[in-house]
Design a protein around this ligand. Structure first.
Ligand code: IPM
Ligand code: MG
Length: 358
């Protein structure tokens, strides 16, 4: 019996998470593996009930589960709160840190049938398959921050980018191991021409490379990487980078695959892993049955693979998603003229219908 903590969170998280849970329910039946779902509050709901966006109850629930499924956090109502109570800073980041989730995996797969949804030329993106390892518990997100008043009436604001050798080593190892199982090419992205933390990053990744002689390691500056991702993305297989560079580059890379609404993620490194779509809570379309549930459904495929070692089940979920897209079903974010335009619920139902036949 696998225990799964379910945290829908804000905005479209409340619509997409039930679709992914329903997919897991079918897998449970098909593979005769019971899952126990327990819902927890995070962000706005939690703040209303407990006065804090990440209550201890929720943290305890996550820690006592085998995996966590998270929708999204971020809502206009919460934007009015002081920074220390905003859900990004007071819920999402502490959750990642408390669970020890230092490795965030974001796979970008360009499905042939979605090539036209991308803004890039077909020959540039066809066949792209990139796996990014984003360091998730260090760097600018977690370093000391401060704002000081200045004599001139203005302020000085400071965010600190801190990395230790150990933090870099452990994520580098995971990326090298993944590269060994794929095309044996790893690109480490930094800004070593300017930043001291990046110089340590580059030295450390280079040292770790000695243990993986079969993997070809390339170092790339982050600005160049941003350019290369749209110029010739097929040069990339596995990418490893620090927290903020990874945040930015993975949003960018998601558009190779046609939509941020397709980008799944797995956060690993602790006793419990967390799975969430890489997109946000999209308050502008929340509650309208318009959100694309596929990133969340693909995130539970990652859960099946990484947390439960259910590779066949994961393959089936991914196949079902591919088939639904091949049959022309589209949520608005990936729609094209003449497609079968569907909402969140219908898209989830299509995936489940195909899944049942596999
Ligand atoms: C992500 C998101 C978060 C991040 C935000 C919501 C804090 O953009 O998961 O990529 O920056 O990590
Ligand atoms: Mg982001």
């Amino acid at each position: 019996m696998y225990k799964i903590a379910v945290l829908p969170g804000d905005g479209i998280g409340r619509e997409i998470v039930p679709e992914a849970v329903a997919v897991l329910e079918i897998i449970a039946e098909k593979f005769n593996t019971p899952f126990e779902f327990t819902h927890g509050l995070i962000s706005e709901d939690a703040y209303q009930k407990y006065g804090h966006p990440l209550p201890q109850e929720t943290l305890d629930l996550c820690k006592s589960s085998h995996a966590v499924l998270l929708g999204a956090v971020g809502s206009p109502a919460m934007d009015q709160l002081p920074p220390e109570l905003r859900p990004e800073r007071a819920a999402l980041l502490p959750l990642r840190k408390e669970l020890g989730l230092y490795a965030n995996l974001r796979p970008v797969t360009v499905y042939d049938c979605l090539i036209d949804s991308s803004t890039l030329k077909p020959e540039v993106i066809q066949g792209v398959n990139i796996l990014t390892f984003r360091e998730l518990t260090g760097g600018l997100y977690f370093g000391p921050k401060e704002r000081r008043p200045l004599a001139d009436g203005g302020y000085e604001a400071v965010d600190t980018l801190v990395y230790t050798t150990r933090e870099i080593e452990r994520i580098a190892r995971l990326a090298f191991e993944a590269a060994q199982k794929r095309s044996k090419r790893l690109t480490s992205v930094d800004k070593a021409n300017v930043l001291e933390s990046s110089r340590l990053w580059r030295e450390t990744v280079t040292a770790v490379a000695a243990d993986y002689p079969d993997v070809t390691l390339t170092h790339m500056y982050v600005d160049n990487c941003a350019m290369q991702l749209v110029r010739w993305p097929k040069q990339f297989d596995v990418i490893v980078t620090e927290n903020m560079f990874g945040d930015i580059l993975t949003d960018q890379a998601s558009m190779l695959g046609g939509s941020l609404g397709m980008l799944a993620s797995a956060s690993l490194g602790g006793n419990v892993a967390l799975y969430e779509p890489a997109h946000g809570s999209a308050p502008d379309i929340a509650g309208q049955n318009k959100a694309n549930p596929l990133a969340t459904i693909l995130s539970v495929a990652l859960m099946l693979r990484f947390s439960f070692n259910m590779n066949e089940a994961a393959d089936q979920v991914e196949t079902a998603v591919r088939r639904v897209l091949e049959e022309g079903y589209r949520t608005p974010d990936i729609a094209f003229p003449g497609c079968r335009l569907v909402g969140t619920k219908e898209m989830g139902a299509q995936v489940r219908d195909i899944l049942k036949t596999l």
